[in-house]
Design a protein around this ligand. Structure first.
Ligand code: SAH
Ligand code: SF4
Ligand code: F3S
Length: 476
């Protein structure tokens, strides 16, 4: 998942970005401060939480000192992710002590994984609430205000928050995430997500379309449809007479793309076993569906993939990549890789390197295997690759990825792309920054054109680094 989906992944901090507000009588309302960690689903969930709190009269603040309620939306994917959260909780505690009556709430996957234990481990935490229980946040706050610590970590088979209009946080006004499903039914042996997010369920297609239309009408130009495994999206309407109208991911993608040719559509994440030709042909048919697929491989060796329970082989993955390139030669593919999974031999590691050499990923997120309590891998296998070996293998993978991404970016030099402007470049007021369909960041001089963010512009690429394309406007 792109820059933020890259947050899909990582332990980025995000404070919310809403102005303090007042209630009808002009009195200052209560304020909450929220930080989100982990994947884009978590960032998207924080926007649902913001909406639930707004109904209760809370306003968001990015300034900790102003807050009455401190929230942290947490990730459990690797041990380091949890450590980051614990470090932040120390800071929260310090702030809480400064303000009588302030509360701390832990949300998300770590709340789900540790449940009430978190209250014992992290003193001063008042509320522990799992990903499917956010509707109960107001009642837990009330209980906590009365001095009673509250936990709700019930997972649901139905909850999709379909009727809740998210309050956009971290808002560039150009691109937004829309959750289309929750949970995951795959049982990758290394992964904690099925335990923290529960069973897979698809959100009502009409509510997704409604949210996308609203975003477009508000000026957003890019939507990323989110799920742990978007290709298994499948929504069947409840009314019997509509049941033949069940919606697959390919159909949903098409319906969102049809909202307007001016609205870019992205999605994340695809599972190599599930992405279909139908999805690929739909992508090829609509110029506004971005030609970019995040297709996590995890390992290039079939035996390791089997131990991971990924349910595809090295050959299957390579064939998928070939198929994507046949149908959309211009598409870029990115990936996730885990090194040092249980029992990984040197030859198995070499297979990952050789697969990378064939696929030449434009972007890769690479991790040392981190054993997670309760996962199938923890129960079945031994985490037996020494840390030093994991680290060395990771460095080899990263070095190869860097060579490939540089080549991949350099191959764009001389080409012209349609770029959606996102913001002024962080490095220079005189430059715009945006992305092309392949999800590559493109930076170019503003010149004398009358442009603004959310505009599309044609940019010819003049040079490249391994993470950015530099270019010049050729037409607007
Ligand atoms: N649903 C997505 C992945 C979600 S987690 C998918 O199936 O592709 C994002 C990434 O974190 C995974 O792709 C994997 O590479 C990494 N990851 C998950 N569990 C991990 C673990 N225990 N140790 C290291 N990396 C892990
Ligand atoms: Fe985890 Fe696998 Fe589900 Fe992805 S598909 S969330 S890696 S169990
Ligand atoms: Fe996402 Fe981390 Fe949970 S990656 S689903 S926030 S464990």
């Amino acid at each position: 998942m792109a820059e933020v989906l890259n947050k899909t992944i990582d332990e980025a901090i995000q404070g919310t970005a809403l102005a303090p507000s007042t209630d009808d009588e002009g009195l200052l309302t209560k304020k909450f401060y929220i930080e989100s960690y982990g994947c884009a689903m978590n960032f998207s969930d924080s926007e649902i939480v913001a909406s639930i709190l707004k109904e209760e009269g809370y306003a968001a603040t990015t300034i900790m000192e102003e807050a009455d309620l401190f929230l942290i939306n947490t990730c459990s994917i690797r041990e380091k992710a949890e450590q980051t959260v614990r470090n932040r909780l120390h800071i929260f505690r310090r702030e809480k002590k400064k303000k009588a009556g302030a509360l701390i709430g832990v949300l998300g996957c770590m709340a789900e994984r540790l449940k009430a234990k978190l209250l014992e481990e992290e003193k001063l935490v008042d509320i522990v609430i799992g990903p499917d229980a956010y509707r109960s946040l107001p009642s837990l706050i009330k209980e906590a205000e009365g001095g009673q610590k509250g936990v709700n970590v019930l997972l649901s088979r139905e909850e999709t928050y379909a009727d809740i209009s998210p309050v956009r946080l971290d808002n560039n006004g150009v691109s937004a995430f829309v959750s289309i499903m929750r949970g995951c039914n795959n049982m990758c042996t290394f992964c904690v997500v099925p335990f923290t997010r529960g069973r897979e369920r698809s959100r009502d297609a009409e509510s997704i379309l409604q949210e996308c239309r609203t975003l477009f009408n508000e000026g957003y130009k890019e939507i990323t449809l989110l799920g742990q495994n978007v290709d298994s999206y499948h929504f069947t309407p409840q009314h019997e007479q509509d049941q033949h109208n069940s919606v697959t991911f390919a159909l949903l993608l098409e319906m969102v793309a049809q909202i307007s040719p001016q609205l870019r559509v992205r999605f994340s994440t695809s599972h190599p076993k599930d992405i279909t030709d139908e999805v690929l042909f739909t992508m090829a048919k609509y110029p506004n569906i971005c030609k970019y697929i995040h297709l996590p491989v995890q390992s290039g060796n079939t035996a390791v993939l089997q131990r991971m329970n990924r349910t595809y082989t090295r050959e299957w993955y390579l064939n998928k990549v070939k198929r994507i390139k046949e149908i959309m030669p211009e598409a870029d593919i990115s990936t996730d890789i885990i090194v040092g999974f249980c029992g990984e031999t040197e030859e198995e590691h070499q297979d990952t390197l050789s697969l990378m050499d064939v696929c030449k990923f434009s972007l890769a997120y690479m991790y040392n295997y981190s054993e997670r309590p309760g996962t199938l891998a923890e129960r079945r296998y031994t985490d037996d690759v020494p840390e030093t070996v994991k680290q060395r293998r990771l460095e080899e993978i990263i070095a190869m990825y860097r060579r490939h991404s540089l080549l991949n970016y350099q191959a764009s030099v001389g080409q012209t792309f349609e770029v959606l402007i996102e913001a002024t470049s962080k490095r220079s007021e005189a430059h715009w920054s945006g992305r092309n369909s392949q999800n590559k960041v493109v930076v170019f001089p503003k010149g004398s054109y009358d442009l603004d963010k959310a505009n599309y512009v044609m940019v010819k690429i003049t040079s490249a680094t391994s993470g950015t394309l530099l270019g010049e406007i050729v037409s607007v």
